[in-house]
Design a protein around this ligand. Sequence first.
Ligand code: 1GP
Length: 252
Amino acid sequence: MQLLERFDPARREGVPGYIVLIDPDKTGKDAAPQSARMCQDAGADMLFVGGSLLFSNDFDEWVRRVKAAVDIPVILFPGGGYQLSSHADGLLFLSLVSGRNAQFLVGEQVSAAPRVRAAGLDTVAVAYMLIESGTVTSVEFMSGTRPIPSSKPDIAAAHALAAGYLGFDLIYLEAGSGAAASVPDDVITAVTAVSSLPVIVGGGIRTPGEAAAKVRAGASFVVTGTALETERSAERVREFAIAVHGAAAQPS
Ligand code: 1GP
């Protein structure tokens, strides 16, 4: 199946997707395969892999081992163009459209493109929007960009409209890993009111109830990372998966 199809809500018959982000620096290559398998068995639909920084120098081997351990898609969610591996099922080809730093709008992408092609990676074009979350997050600092104010849903909506006109496949509303506050529900609602693109929401989501609220606000996919780093038990993953899968978006 093409990567884009995996993010198509219609193909999922409207069932929202639950995605676990695994950071290779936090879960090493010896522990990651078993951890990834546990997430799959407990109901995660996909795994995202990456981080704003990468300290480990065995990323490719890490991805190879994780991919060998699971059947669900393992998708690269890179903090930069150096986080590539041909072992993954695909790549979120991100552009940080909320920022005005050309390096993260298009520069990293141009540098990485030849290696993406050589690796034979399937890609989806993602309009990546950083939403202000109370503290300076790693992505904000590392990208040198200002997030969209969380109290300005109309600005987020304008970015979403532009993403559609520019031909992006997906929108990713990001509060930042470990964010003090997740993306506000009214920001998600404002974006889905003007855009039919599938919306992924992540950053700072700590409880299954909070994850469900993101779906009810309009998210097609919810990502958690940090919440499971402190407690990556099968039971906890299952609670998140059930909450996301069972939450129906409110009719607009
Ligand atoms: C995915 O960066 C997030 O979009 C993950 O955030 O680590 O806070 O769950 P958390």
